[in-house]
Design a protein around this ligand. Structure first.
Ligand code: 1QQ
Ligand code: MG
Length: 577
């Protein structure tokens, strides 16, 4: 691409590079070593979530350099910047987890502000863990600037006692140690080998789920998310992404040309057919919201219903992200969906081609191991299911991948906990009974605040061998590695007086993932009477600061727990400034 083909008068960066009044601005660019020619080329923000918080992000800096090479090859001027992350694997199981979902908004906001403040013309965004992937994609759609997303790649699996393991095994081993079926010494051995490299958690947990989404939604180049983080072969995709964003800029193809209701449906398909993370039920509505598109939890779940589950990945299944990559990765899965009429082929993608064009020549058959055939799937409907009923009028979500038909319904008395810590303590001490439905409330977006993931508690149950003998419901969330009958995102949340706030110990709860129902056996009259007696939102520890601010602004899980109201999606202006 020749820089001359860019009409500067339509580039946002003209505000910082052109005309006599911008001499001071240019002097800053000279200070950073840019040449006159580079200053007058398009400015491409290269946003990364690099930091030393977790293995998920540690390889992003290397990959950003490759992106910059690609941008330069295509005669753009890359400007690298970083934003924050909060990494669930380390935030899990304590107060820190409240910062996780709020970090998604902080990432979107900081990327937006950096791009606006410096008038960059387009963006390549690199992200490596649960909240940074959706946060980065939200910023792209919010800015509606030419955008290419690059995933940082998955971690390699660890080896323990002759089998592949991930951090999920370590979380579950904590429960086994509590139950006395694993020694402290064995636990220590496992923790040392479970995570052998850079990269995000290895199963189809939240990061890898959202990485599949990035390709399916069209913001990332096909197959770019597949190679594990330590593979330097990733860098070729990074370079290509740098070149691709220049092509999008030249053709004025922006994020909202890519992210449409159809591409959101494509994204939901890939979540369902891979048994992805329930968090997608939160992040897809949030990404849609940035485009002013209504695609809520229940809409996502409608797509799940008509999607077969045929890719066998952990935690419901057997394999890890590296295995999927080795048999053809996300493009192969997308091609199979397309051939069966389950994917919209006319959506625009980051390559500048439509999805169908980009998938031309891609192998579209099962490999029989990781990817099963669509005719003989692992199950006929998606690995993730939406539920609705008098206990969750705004819906709820459960991962059913790996569950048998019989296991998909559950009825039992409630054992109610007011927060995760209380539940974890009770689980640790085995103060619960088989057949019960554990209720953890006050963990919603507003009431937590921060809608914590509760992998420590759910993994402890699995590790104790009780994962299939109890069910768990919450207005909070689960990690992508959670398994068992664990229903999250129950809405409305307790903090706003949702029915989950009204449940008492012993109330009978009925869950049916086949029918998509979640009910408490209480009459409407009884619920109404209890609501009158309800004491109101439980006080939180956060009277000021970021989490207080978050709690004031955040909306319900059904709409993606976003922090700015509906109409903003339509009013945002960036690239036209
Ligand atoms: C292992 C699970 C990971 C840390 C996570 O939080 C997720 O996938 O959501
Ligand atoms: Mg997570």
């Amino acid at each position: 691409m020749d820089a001359k083909t860019f009409d500067k008068s339509r580039l946002v960066s003209r505000h910082v590079t052109e005309g006599p009044s911008r001499a001071p601005h240019r002097s800053y660019f000279y200070a950073m070593g840019l040449t006159e020619e580079e200053i007058h080329r398009p400015f491409i923000g290269v946003a990364t979530c690099w930091n030393e918080a977790a293995p998920c992000n540690i390889a992003l800096n290397r990959q950003a350099q490759a992106v910059k090479l690609g941008v330069k090859e295509a005669k753009g001027t890359p400007r690298e910047f970083t934003t924050i992350t909060v990494t669930d694997g380390i935030a899990m199981g304590h107060e820190g987890m409240r910062s996780s979902l709020a970090s998604r908004e902080a990432i979107a906001d900081t990327v937006e502000l950096t791009m606006r403040g410096h008038a960059y013309d387009a963006i390549v965004g690199l992200a490596g863990c649960d909240k940074s992937l959706p946060g980065m994609m939200m910023a792209m759609v919010r800015l509606n600037t030419p955008s290419v997303f690059v995933y940082g790649g998955s971690i390699l699996p660890g080896r323990f006692e002759g089998r592949d393991v991930t951090v999920q095994d370590v979380f579950e081993a904590v429960g086994r140690e509590q139950a006395g079926t694993l020694s402290a010494c064995e636990l220590e051995k496992l923790e040392k080998v479970a995570c052998p490299s850079a990269g995000a958690c290895g199963g189809q947990f939240t990061a890898n789920t959202m990485a599949c989404v990035s390709e399916a939604i069209g913001l990332a180049l096909l197959n770019s998310s597949g190679a594990p983080a330590p593979y330097e072969s990733r860098d070729a995709f990074c370079e290509a992404s740098g070149r691709a964003v220049m092509e999008l800029l030249a053709r004025n193809i922006r994020a909202r040309d890519v992210v449409t209701i159809k591409s959101l449906e494509n994204a939901a398909r890939v979540v369902a057919c891979t048994g992805g993370s329930t968090n997608a039920g939160l992040h897809l509505p949030a990404i849609a919201h940035e485009a002013g598109i209504r695609f809520d939890l229940l809409d996502v779940c409608e797509v799940f219903k008509s999607t077969p589950y045929f890719v066998d990945l952990k935690p419901g299944g057997k394999y890890v992200a590296k295995d999927l990559y080795e048999v053809g990765g996300v493009p192969r899965v997308l091609r199979m969906l397309l051939d069966k009429g389950l994917l919209h082929g006319d959506c625009m993608t980051a390559s500048g081609q439509t999805m169908a064009q980009a998938l031309e020549g891609v192998e579209g058959t099962a490999d029989g191991k990781v990817i099963h055939s669509i005719e003989k799937p692992l199950s006929k409907t998606g690995g993730v299911v939406g539920l609705k009923g008098n206990l969750a009028p705004e819906g709820a979500i459960v991962k059913v991948a790996g569950m048998t038909g019989k296991e998909m319904s559950f009825e039992g008395p409630a054992r109610v906990f007011e927060c995760e810590e209380d539940a974890f303590e009770a689980v640790k001490k085995r103060q619960y009974e088989e057949g019960e439905v554990i209720v953890i409330r006050n963990e919603g977006p507003k009431g937590g605040p921060g809608m914590r993931e509760m992998l420590s508690t759910t993994a402890a149950l699995s590790g104790q061998g009780m994962g299939k003998k109890v069910a768990l419901i919450t207005d909070g969330r689960f990690s992508g590695a959670t398994r068992g009958f664990c229903v999250g995102h129950v809405g409305p949340e307790a903090a706003v007086g949702g029915p989950i706030a009204l449940i008492r110990n012993g109330d009978v709860i009925k869950l049916n993932a086949k029918k998509g129902t979640i009910e408490v056996k209480l009459s409407a009259k009884e619920l109404k009477a209890r609501r009158k007696e309800w004491a109101g939102q439980r006080e939180t520890l956060y009277g000021s600061g970021a989490l207080w601010k978050y709690a004031q602004l955040v909306g319900g899980a059904k709409d993606g727990a976003v922090t700015h109201p509906g109409k903003d999606g339509e009013r945002h202006v960036y690239a036209d400034l």
